[in-house]
Design a protein around this ligand. Structure first.
Ligand code: ADP
Ligand code: ZN
Ligand code: MG
Length: 463
């Protein structure tokens, strides 16, 4: 069997206010280490976990959005291991019966199957003051211990690092629509499994960030290829990714799941999601990217490209919908092409800017009324993104609105024609360049405040 197979195990921190099994807050980035803790998330003897229903709601939403079969009855298990990031020496997770199974996500028209989605608690973070491999000691911060995670496990359906990256993009879009993920506050952590030509799979553990996932997979694919090319066999093992050298390194030969000695968590009752609970979760499901895209095409006549750019970002989609009333075609162009491009280019997220539907609507109306040139419209969007000045305000302040009255303009055109009679006669004999030359002169005289289309119209009348 030729080619690359990739399967991912993705860990996502859910944006609940409190932790999975206690009422400690999950947020407050300025909190000192080990201040958002209690006897439960510190694993003190005698403490008992209490399940956060909100986290289950979130996991159910994700499972529904990713087309999973739901298990409406499930329980938790203890995954035992000895490591200081878990004070109890076990992690509460799900093993036999996850919240959801057999789902899929559609990536560029292809189905990437999801084996399971389950809930578990995040371990503490270890702080190595001078890097993981050089520090003489490690500090443990239990603020993160007990924050709810979902783990999503895909089938090995991806065939390239780039496709894996697109899968993660699609996943993130869905999580953002659902509002279950603290965008920016946390990062996705991914275990990346890769094999080539039907060989053993290697797992690259704990890669954080999308770009790093793509790079780790790319490096591992290259390494395996060179091992195979030298006539050796790939061994099943667990590796790490080193950002600095952009290469993977051996951590350990792969342990099997049985080594963790899963047992049922006796301190938590079985969870039963009854039909009332389930319908309230379903009722809270928002319109997701794919149906939004189709609706934008149907309702506003957008091209598939524009519709998918807009729908792939909850914020852009919202800005577009708020401005579509002014003029759907112009709004689609300004938002999906200009605005999205400016955000991309400057690597800023819509949520970090002051851009909103009202500001864009004003610009759409100005463009619609031919009150602004395309160039200045774009300039005003850049200022809007980077400096937060609304386009209308920027254009007004800088005198960039087209506001020469038609009678004034007619006079200026006539004057220009008189001063440039040879260019005008060339234009009359059909010379396109002379036309543009005269329009350019008029635009200069009016300091760019005339509408070039109107100038051309007047010239047409004069010939
Ligand atoms: P384990 O149970 O040992 O963790 P699984 O078979 O459950 O192993 O798979 C774990 C992850 O590895 C899944 O994301 C799966 O898609 C991926 N995977 C399984 N087989 C392969 C393979 N041959 N190549 C690449 N990835 C694989
Ligand atoms: Zn706690
Ligand atoms: Mg696994």
């Amino acid at each position: 069997m030729k080619g690359t197979m990739i399967g991912l195990e993705v860990h996502v921190q859910l944006s609940t206010d409190s932790k999975l099994f206690c009422s400690c807050p999950t947020k407050g980035s300025d909190a000192e280490p080990n201040t958002r803790v209690c006897e439960i998330c510190l694993g003190m003897p005698g403490s008992k976990p209490v399940l956060n229903k909100k986290a289950v709601d979130f996991a159910l939403k994700v499972a529904l959005a990713l087309n999973c079969e739901l298990n409406t009855e499930f329980f938790f298990s203890r995954k035992t291991y000895f490591y200081p990031d878990l004070a109890k020496d076990f992690q509460i997770t799900q093993y036999e019966v996850p919240v959801g199974k057999n789902g899929f996500a559609e990536v560029d028209g292809k189905k990437i199957r999801l084996r399971r989605i389950h809930l578990e608690e995040d371990p503490a973070s270890l702080v190595h003051e001078s890097g993981a491999r050089k520090s003489a000691y490690s500090l443990v911060d239990y603020n993160r211990s007990g924050i709810p995670l979902i783990e999503l496990v895909t089938e090995p359906d991806m065939q390239s690092p780039a496709e894996a990256r697109r899968f993660l993009d699609t996943l993130l879009t869905t999580l953002n629509y659902l509002g279950v993920y603290a965008h920016g506050a946390s990062v996705l952590k991914v275990d990346c499994n890769l094999s080539i030509d039907g060989g053993s799979r290697v797992e690259v553990k704990n890669v954080t960030g999308f770009r790093a996932v793509e790079a780790a997979l790319g490096a591992e694919e290259k390494r395996q290829r060179s091992v195979v090319d030298s006539g050796k066999k790939i061994e099943m093992e667990t590796r790490g990714f080193d950002e600095a050298s952009q290469s993977t390194y051996l951590m350990r030969k792969k342990e099997t799941e049985e080594d963790y000695g899963y047992i049922t968590e006796p301190d938590l009752p079985k969870v039963v999601v009854d039909s009332k609970w389930l319908s309230s979760v379903k009722a809270g499901m928002p319109e997701l990217a794919d149906s939004k895209k189709k609706r934008f095409m149907r309702e506003f006549g957008l091209s598939e490209y524009d519709a998918s750019v807009l729908a792939s970002d909850k914020g852009l989609a919202q800005v577009f919908e708020e401005t579509a009333k002014a003029d759907a075609k112009i709004a689609a162009r300004l938002v999906s092409r200009e605005l999205a491009g400016i955000l991309n280019y400057n690597r800023v997220k819509l949520g970090e800017t002051k851009v909103n539907g009202k500001g864009i609507s004003e610009l759409v109306l100005l463009v619609k009324g031919s009150k602004v040139s395309d160039k200045n419209a774009k300039e005003s969007l850049i200022k809007y993104v980077l400096e937060g000045i609304s386009p209308k305000e920027f254009l007004e302040k800088n005198n960039l609105l087209i506001d020469v009255s038609s009678s004034d303009l007619e006079g200026i055109v006539k004057e220009t024609v008189k001063e440039n009679s040879s260019a005008f006669s060339e234009y009359k004999s059909g010379n396109e360049k002379s036309l543009n030359f005269i329009i350019g002169l008029v635009m200069r005289k009016t300091k760019g405040k005339a509408n070039p289309k109107q100038v051309q119209e007047i010239l047409g009348r004069l010939r």
